[in-house]
Write a protein that binds this ligand. Structure first.
Ligand SMILES: [Zn+2]
Length: 137
C-alpha cells in the first residue's frame, strides 16, 4: 500500500457562531471570529488516498481524475463562498478548520477514482494551522 497526496487551494469567508448562545457568549468564546460579517482565509486542502500501485500504469490513482473529483466536490462548492451562508453543511455546523476537514472528507468519501480509497483530509487555514480527518472519531 502507498499513500498519495494531492493539494488544492480555495478562498472562503466564514464566522464562528453558536445559535444556542447569546451574542455575549459567542463574543466571549469566539472573539473576533464571531463577527457576523465574516472574514476570509486562503485554505489549502490536501487529500491523501491509499492503495496499491497499479503495475500497468504505475499509479495508485489517476491524478487527473482525482483533481477533477476535488474540483467538482469541494472547490466548486467552497471557493469564493461564504461558508456559513452558501454551503449547506455549514448552515448548522460551525465552519472551523476541524469541521471543514470533516465535511470535505464526507464530500469525497466513495468518490475516489479507481481502486484507491480516501485516507485523510488535511485542511490548512493558514500555514501554521491545520486539521486532519481520517474518517473516524
Ligand atoms: Zn477564520
Amino acid at each position: 500500500m502507498i499513500l498519495l497526496t494531492r493539494k488544492a487551494e480555495f478562498s472562503a469567508s466564514h464566522y464562528y457562531w453558536n445559535d444556542d448562545w447569546s451574542a455575549e457568549e459567542n463574543a466571549r468564546v469566539f472573539g473576533k471570529c464571531a463577527n457576523r460579517n465574516g472574514h476570509g482565509h486562503n485554505y489549502t486542502l490536501e487529500v491523501t488516498v491509499a492503495g496499491d500501485v497499479d503495475p500497468v500504469t504505475g499509479f495508485v490513482v489517476d491524478l487527473k481524475q482525482l483533481k477533477d473529483v476535488m474540483e467538482k466536490e469541494v472547490i466548486a462548492a467552497y471557493d469564493h463562498r461564504h461558508l456559513n451562508l452558501e454551503v449547506p453543511e455549514f448552515k448548522t455546523t460551525i465552519p472551523t478548520t476541524e469541521n471543514i476537514a470533516v465535511e470535505i472528507f464526507w464530500r469525497l468519501r466513495g468518490k475516489i477514482p479507481g481502486n484507491a480509497r480516501l485516507h485523510r483530509v488535511r485542511v490548512y487555514e493558514m500555514p501554521d494551522l491545520f486539521a486532519d480527518f481520517y474518517g473516524g472519531f
